[in-house]
Design a protein around this ligand. Structure first.
Ligand SMILES: Cc1ncc(COP(=O)(O)O)c(C=O)c1O
Length: 429
């Protein structure tokens, strides 16, 4: 029996309509930016395996660190116990985070980082007797994960419509979704700010927190906004005492060119969610980072004022060791140079596509290691995805949005060649 037939007999895949979807590709190994199937065919991973992989598949430094850690201490529960990998990781991350980011709470994935952030924000207010702050705000199209709280704040993403009746009170503000050379940028931003203000006037003192994917919404189609717009939103929201949560699950760890997108926004949140690139794509791990003020609001002789939240694998030492190794690699000059050259190749590749197909490539945009554009129809996008896979390129478009978000170890030659292949596939469509 092949891997595919064994898979089809027993497995249920995420985000997949099994009845109509083509068979999955059985991957047997990965090396650098490439994945290999059971027949030895290679696929250049242009989406970093759902945006998690930073330094390539099978990276030896991270693999060895996990192995060494596994021989020393694979896990211990994190209530009442602690360990060096968790402490070291947070100490290291603190060096690149803004000063107010002082306290680190571990969980397992992006969704749980968001759940912890939402609960933390609500309880922060409750612990101070402000139980009227029970509403949340987010941006239209924001995606924050698939657990119930994360779905509630991502209710307008289109992914969770069936579950609406279970959601707590969330208001989604219109999202401008602008790009360089967008002629309507000012009008879109103005509309959004107007709607924001109208809502705040009536409900500003009932809102616990506003959750934002800074600079770029991922799952809703790599949709960007200008830093100056976010600054106005954040300053406005803060004037009502509302907490700001940055969901940097996708944008963190240099995806947008800086360690965190918030550096370009020039605003520090009250709560920060990190996952995906945290371990370089090796193990599931997440962090919800917050300020001393929020942490201190949970200190009391009353145990009910503690943050009574946790997971069996909280701060798993293997994940922490992988994250330490990944972060060290990320700081190396070579990695930082590669991140810059990915951006240059993206800009050249997207510009060429626009010149060659001016009527078909819409809303081109590049931010750090992420490039995206729209095609006129979903059919074109689906065809491109299938033909790219046959040509050895792994892309996973979102609706009409095609995006490229490679591991940082990809060579400029391989990325340039990918653009040439995509050009040819689009021209021959
Ligand atoms: C911005 C953002 N937040 C949260 C999540 C949820 O992360 P996870 O899939 O690890 O639960 C995602 C996943 O794509 C994301 O892009």
């Amino acid at each position: 029996m092949t891997l595919i037939s064994r898979d089809k007999a027993i497995l249920w895949h995420p985000f997949t309509q099994a009845q109509t979807e083509v068979d999955p590709v059985a991957i047997v190994r990965g090396e650098g930016a490439y994945l290999y199937d059971e027949n030895g065919k290679s696929y250049l991973d242009l989406v970093s395996s759902w945006w998690v992989n930073l330094h390539g598949h099978g990276n030896e430094v991270i693999a060895k660190r996990i192995y060494t850690q596994a021989q020393t201490l694979e896990h211990v529960m994190f209530a009442g116990f602690t360990h060096d990998p968790a402490i070291s990781l947070c100490e290291q991350l603190k060096t690149v985070l803004p000063t107010p980011m002082q306290r680190f709470f571990f969980s397992d994935n992006g969704s749980t980082a968001v759940e912890a952030a939402l609960k933390m924000a609500y309880q922060f207010w409750c612990n101070q007797g402000q139980t009227q702050r029970f509403r949340f705000m987010s941006f239209e199209g924001g995606y924050h994960g698939d657990t119930f709280g994360a779905m509630a704040v991502g209710k307008s993403s289109g992914f969770h419509t069936l579950f609406q009746r279970f959601f707590f009170d969330v208001t989604a503000v219109p999202y401008p979704a602008t790009w360089e050379n967008d002629a309507e940028v000012e009008a879109k931003e103005k509309f959004s700010l107007l709607k924001l203000e109208q809502y705040l006037v009536f409900h500003g003192d009932e809102i616990a927190a506003f959750i934002i994917e800074p600079l770029m919404q991922g799952a809703s189609g790599m949709r960007m906004v200008r830093p100056v717009f976010l600054q106005q939103v954040i300053d406005r929201v803060r004037s009502y005492g509302i907490l700001i949560i940055f969901d940097e699950v996708m944008t963190g760890f240099c995806r947008t060119g800086t360690y965190f997108a918030m550096e370009q926004v020039d605003r520090c949140p009250d709560i920060l969610c990190l996952s995906k690139g945290l371990t370089g794509g090796f193990l599931p791990l997440a962090l919800t980072v917050t300020t001393a003020a929020i942490y201190e609001a949970f200190l009391s002789t009353d145990s009910n004022k503690a943050f009574l939240h946790g997971h069996s694998y909280t701060a798993n030492p293997l994940g922490c060791a992988a994250a330490c190794a990944s972060f060290e690699l990320l700081q190396q000059k070579q990695t930082q140079d590669q991140i810059k050259s990915i951006e240059s190749v993206h800009r050249a590749g997207v510009a060429t596509l626009c010149n060659l197909l001016p009527n078909r490539i819409k809303s081109p945009r590049v931010l750090g290691t992420i490039a995206a554009f729209e095609l006129p129809t979903v059919e074109e996008v689906v065809t491109l995805k299938r033909s790219a896979l046959a040509a050895g390129l792994l892309i996973r478009p979102l609706g009409k949005t095609v995006y490229i978000l490679p591991p940082y170890c990809i060579s400029s030659e391989a990325l340039t060649e990918s653009y040439k292949i995509i050009e040819k596939l689009l021209i021959n469509y």
